[in-house]
Unconditional design. Structure first.
Length: 194
Protein backbone atom coordinates (compact mmCIF):
# COMPACT_ATOMS: atom_id res chain seq x y z
CA UNK A 1 0.00 0.00 0.00
CA UNK A 2 1.40 3.38 -0.97
CA UNK A 3 1.07 6.55 1.04
CA UNK A 4 -0.39 9.98 0.51
CA UNK A 5 1.99 12.66 1.79
CA UNK A 6 1.22 16.30 2.47
CA UNK A 7 4.26 18.56 2.74
CA UNK A 8 2.97 21.96 3.74
CA UNK A 9 4.33 25.31 4.70
CA UNK A 10 4.00 29.05 4.34
CA UNK A 11 4.91 31.11 1.26
CA UNK A 12 8.50 30.79 0.13
CA UNK A 13 9.21 27.57 2.00
CA UNK A 14 10.72 26.05 -1.12
CA UNK A 15 7.84 23.74 -2.06
CA UNK A 16 8.48 23.80 -5.81
CA UNK A 17 12.24 23.37 -5.48
CA UNK A 18 11.81 20.49 -3.11
CA UNK A 19 9.29 18.86 -5.48
CA UNK A 20 11.69 19.23 -8.40
CA UNK A 21 14.52 17.81 -6.30
CA UNK A 22 12.44 14.72 -5.49
CA UNK A 23 11.53 14.31 -9.20
CA UNK A 24 15.20 14.58 -10.11
CA UNK A 25 16.18 11.92 -7.57
CA UNK A 26 13.67 9.46 -9.03
CA UNK A 27 14.69 10.17 -12.62
CA UNK A 28 18.37 9.85 -11.80
CA UNK A 29 17.53 6.27 -10.88
CA UNK A 30 15.59 5.73 -14.13
CA UNK A 31 12.23 5.94 -12.43
CA UNK A 32 9.26 7.77 -13.88
CA UNK A 33 7.28 10.42 -12.06
CA UNK A 34 4.14 12.37 -12.99
CA UNK A 35 4.02 16.04 -12.04
CA UNK A 36 0.58 17.58 -11.51
CA UNK A 37 -0.28 21.23 -10.99
CA UNK A 38 -3.63 22.87 -10.39
CA UNK A 39 -4.48 25.35 -13.14
CA UNK A 40 -5.79 27.94 -10.63
CA UNK A 41 -2.17 28.83 -10.15
CA UNK A 42 -1.47 30.91 -13.26
CA UNK A 43 2.17 31.43 -12.39
CA UNK A 44 4.45 29.73 -14.91
CA UNK A 45 1.49 28.00 -16.62
CA UNK A 46 2.74 24.64 -17.92
CA UNK A 47 5.95 24.97 -15.95
CA UNK A 48 6.92 24.76 -12.33
CA UNK A 49 9.26 27.53 -11.36
CA UNK A 50 11.12 27.91 -8.14
CA UNK A 51 12.56 31.07 -6.73
CA UNK A 52 16.05 29.62 -6.92
CA UNK A 53 15.76 29.25 -10.69
CA UNK A 54 14.70 25.62 -11.25
CA UNK A 55 12.14 24.99 -13.96
CA UNK A 56 10.26 21.90 -15.06
CA UNK A 57 7.41 21.02 -17.39
CA UNK A 58 4.16 19.88 -15.79
CA UNK A 59 2.71 16.55 -17.00
CA UNK A 60 -0.90 17.19 -15.99
CA UNK A 61 -2.30 20.68 -15.66
CA UNK A 62 -5.39 19.95 -13.63
CA UNK A 63 -8.39 22.19 -14.21
CA UNK A 64 -10.58 23.32 -11.38
CA UNK A 65 -13.03 20.49 -10.56
CA UNK A 66 -11.56 18.24 -13.28
CA UNK A 67 -11.57 14.58 -12.32
CA UNK A 68 -8.24 12.79 -12.21
CA UNK A 69 -9.99 9.67 -13.42
CA UNK A 70 -9.50 10.58 -17.08
CA UNK A 71 -5.74 10.61 -16.50
CA UNK A 72 -5.68 7.14 -14.92
CA UNK A 73 -4.40 5.61 -18.19
CA UNK A 74 -1.19 7.65 -17.77
CA UNK A 75 -0.81 6.34 -14.24
CA UNK A 76 0.33 2.81 -14.94
CA UNK A 77 2.70 0.65 -12.96
CA UNK A 78 5.71 2.29 -14.60
CA UNK A 79 5.05 5.37 -12.50
CA UNK A 80 7.05 5.42 -9.27
CA UNK A 81 5.59 8.58 -7.78
CA UNK A 82 3.07 11.35 -8.39
CA UNK A 83 4.11 14.85 -7.32
CA UNK A 84 1.52 17.61 -6.91
CA UNK A 85 2.36 21.30 -6.64
CA UNK A 86 0.06 24.02 -5.27
CA UNK A 87 -2.04 21.30 -3.65
CA UNK A 88 -3.98 23.85 -1.58
CA UNK A 89 -5.93 24.63 -4.78
CA UNK A 90 -7.17 21.05 -5.22
CA UNK A 91 -10.83 20.41 -4.51
CA UNK A 92 -11.66 17.96 -1.70
CA UNK A 93 -12.84 15.55 -4.43
CA UNK A 94 -9.49 15.72 -6.23
CA UNK A 95 -7.70 15.01 -2.94
CA UNK A 96 -9.96 12.00 -2.45
CA UNK A 97 -9.01 10.78 -5.95
CA UNK A 98 -5.31 11.10 -5.12
CA UNK A 99 -5.87 9.13 -1.93
CA UNK A 100 -7.71 6.52 -3.99
CA UNK A 101 -4.70 6.29 -6.35
CA UNK A 102 -2.32 5.57 -3.46
CA UNK A 103 -4.50 2.77 -2.18
CA UNK A 104 -5.88 1.23 -5.39
CA UNK A 105 -3.17 1.89 -8.00
CA UNK A 106 -0.48 1.63 -5.30
CA UNK A 107 1.43 4.74 -6.44
CA UNK A 108 2.77 7.10 -3.75
CA UNK A 109 1.50 10.69 -4.04
CA UNK A 110 3.41 13.63 -2.56
CA UNK A 111 1.46 16.88 -2.37
CA UNK A 112 3.12 20.24 -1.72
CA UNK A 113 1.07 23.21 -0.69
CA UNK A 114 0.24 26.05 1.62
CA UNK A 115 -1.66 25.19 4.76
CA UNK A 116 -3.55 28.43 5.36
CA UNK A 117 -4.70 31.35 3.23
CA UNK A 118 -4.00 35.05 3.90
CA UNK A 119 -6.78 35.16 6.51
CA UNK A 120 -5.22 32.20 8.37
CA UNK A 121 -7.99 29.78 7.33
CA UNK A 122 -7.24 26.34 5.91
CA UNK A 123 -7.53 26.06 2.13
CA UNK A 124 -10.20 23.48 1.19
CA UNK A 125 -7.61 21.25 -0.51
CA UNK A 126 -5.24 21.46 2.45
CA UNK A 127 -8.03 20.65 4.91
CA UNK A 128 -8.90 17.45 3.05
CA UNK A 129 -5.20 16.57 2.79
CA UNK A 130 -4.72 17.00 6.53
CA UNK A 131 -7.72 14.71 7.04
CA UNK A 132 -6.58 11.97 4.63
CA UNK A 133 -2.79 12.05 4.35
CA UNK A 134 -0.80 9.16 5.76
CA UNK A 135 2.12 11.48 6.46
CA UNK A 136 2.19 15.20 7.23
CA UNK A 137 5.44 17.09 7.08
CA UNK A 138 6.05 20.76 7.68
CA UNK A 139 8.48 22.64 5.45
CA UNK A 140 10.10 25.42 7.40
CA UNK A 141 10.21 29.10 6.41
CA UNK A 142 11.57 31.90 8.53
CA UNK A 143 9.81 35.20 9.26
CA UNK A 144 11.89 38.36 8.86
CA UNK A 145 12.20 38.44 12.68
CA UNK A 146 13.91 35.05 12.65
CA UNK A 147 11.07 32.93 14.07
CA UNK A 148 9.34 30.14 12.19
CA UNK A 149 6.70 31.50 9.78
CA UNK A 150 3.24 29.92 9.85
CA UNK A 151 1.10 32.62 8.22
CA UNK A 152 0.85 34.15 4.75
CA UNK A 153 0.22 37.87 4.92
CA UNK A 154 -1.17 39.60 1.83
CA UNK A 155 0.07 43.07 0.92
CA UNK A 156 -1.44 45.26 -1.78
CA UNK A 157 0.76 48.22 -2.67
CA UNK A 158 2.80 47.33 0.40
CA UNK A 159 -0.20 47.58 2.74
CA UNK A 160 -1.26 44.58 4.79
CA UNK A 161 -4.83 43.58 3.95
CA UNK A 162 -7.56 41.09 4.78
CA UNK A 163 -9.56 42.18 1.73
CA UNK A 164 -10.22 40.28 -1.44
CA UNK A 165 -10.95 36.74 -2.51
CA UNK A 166 -9.00 33.75 -1.24
CA UNK A 167 -7.04 33.23 -4.44
CA UNK A 168 -5.20 36.24 -5.76
CA UNK A 169 -1.96 35.18 -7.35
CA UNK A 170 1.01 37.40 -6.65
CA UNK A 171 2.56 39.06 -9.64
CA UNK A 172 -0.77 39.12 -11.51
CA UNK A 173 -2.07 42.61 -10.83
CA UNK A 174 -2.57 45.38 -8.26
CA UNK A 175 0.88 44.83 -6.75
CA UNK A 176 -0.08 41.87 -4.64
CA UNK A 177 2.67 40.22 -2.68
CA UNK A 178 2.71 37.68 0.13
CA UNK A 179 5.06 37.48 3.07
CA UNK A 180 5.57 34.54 5.38
CA UNK A 181 5.10 35.74 8.97
CA UNK A 182 5.39 34.17 12.42
CA UNK A 183 2.37 34.33 14.76
CA UNK A 184 3.66 37.35 16.64
CA UNK A 185 4.35 39.44 13.52
CA UNK A 186 1.06 38.38 11.88
CA UNK A 187 -0.89 39.39 14.99
CA UNK A 188 0.91 42.73 15.07
CA UNK A 189 -0.21 43.37 11.46
CA UNK A 190 -3.77 42.33 12.33
CA UNK A 191 -3.90 44.77 15.23
CA UNK A 192 -2.54 47.65 13.16
CA UNK A 193 -5.09 46.83 10.45
CA UNK A 194 -8.17 46.97 12.71
ZN1 LIG B 1 8.07 37.31 13.00
Amino acid sequence: MSKLYFRYGAMNCGKSSSLMQVAHNYEENNKKVVVIKSIIDTKGEKFLESRIGLKRKVDILLKEKESLKKHYSKLNNEISCILVDEAQFLTPKQVEELWDITKKLNIPVICYGLKVDFKSNLFAGSKRLIELADELEELITICSCGKRAKFNARYVDNNFTLDGKEVLIDGSKSNVIYKPLCGKCYLKELEKYK
